[in-house]
Design a protein around this ligand. Structure first.
Ligand code: AMP
Length: 209
């Protein structure tokens, strides 16, 4: 199954995708995670995108589309994938349609207030990228990843200025994709306000899994 996960930053797309991967046995492709790995490894891509990402702006379409096109050509993505954080603009959605046909677009719906609460408490493992939250998904040992023992940190783009910017960018550039995909008959709405396990249940029901 070829899925796109749509929704504002902080809707829980990454956490839900990690769970859905177990359910569906398809790769989770997060453009944000790919960019963060490139930044950590100081590759030319990472150096190019670091400031843009830290400020909560979008990386240019050309760079992002090329990255996804290459990733979707890999063997493991042929039977399906979960695209998390892509597309984020109409131009990216048009490009995606030209090289891969998605089966469903899952729109994780959540109000701004909940987004801000989630993002400001989010902690991410420096080593494996797993997500935690200081109130809702605490690690067993404070500051350490349950999965690999890596150090947990606050993403630069989860600082409050950047959160506001990302919400503005989402409204202006990404939210129009809801109508875009609804018009194509691909959209499935999932209420993302409850706790993760309930949202996963909502997701399963919505997709008849
Ligand atoms: P995310 O982890 O999905 O919240 O992405 C983190 C940041 O990476 C975003 O705020 C953007 O700066 C950048 N990014 C991720 N995906 C895209 C995309 N599809 N288009 C442009 N920028 C992106």
């Amino acid at each position: 199954m070829k899925l796109v996960f749509l929704g504002p930053p902080g809707a829980g797309k990454g956490t839900l995708a990690a769970k859905a991967v177990e359910l569906l046995q398809i790769p989770h492709i997060s453009t944000g995670a790919i960019f963060r790995a490139a930044i950590a490894a100081r590759t030319p891509l990472g150096i190019k995108v670091k400031e843009i990402i830290d400020a909560g702006k979008l990386v240019d379409d050309e760079t992002t589309i090329a990255l996804v096109r290459e990733r979707l050509a890999a063997e493991d993505a042929q039977k399906g994938y979960i695209l998390d954080g892509f597309p984020r603009t109409i131009a990216q959605a048009d490009a995606l349609d030209s090289f891969s046909k998605v089966d469903r677009v899952v729109n994780f719906d959540i109000p701004d207030g909940a987004v801000i609460e989630r993002l400001s408490g989010r902690r991410v493992c420096k080593n494996c990228g797993a997500n935690y939250h200081i109130l809702f998904t605490k690690p067993k040992t404070e500051g350490r990843c349950d999965l690999c023992g890596g150090e947990l940190y606050t993403r630069d783009d989860d600082q409050s200025d950047a959160i506001q910017r990302r919400l503005e960018v989402y409204r202006a550039q990404t939210a129009p994709l809801i109508d875009y995909y609804r018009g194509k008959g691909l959209l499935v709405d999932v209420d993302a306000r409850p706790a993760v396990d309930q949202v996963i249940e909502n997701f399963r029901k919505a997709l008849h899994l």
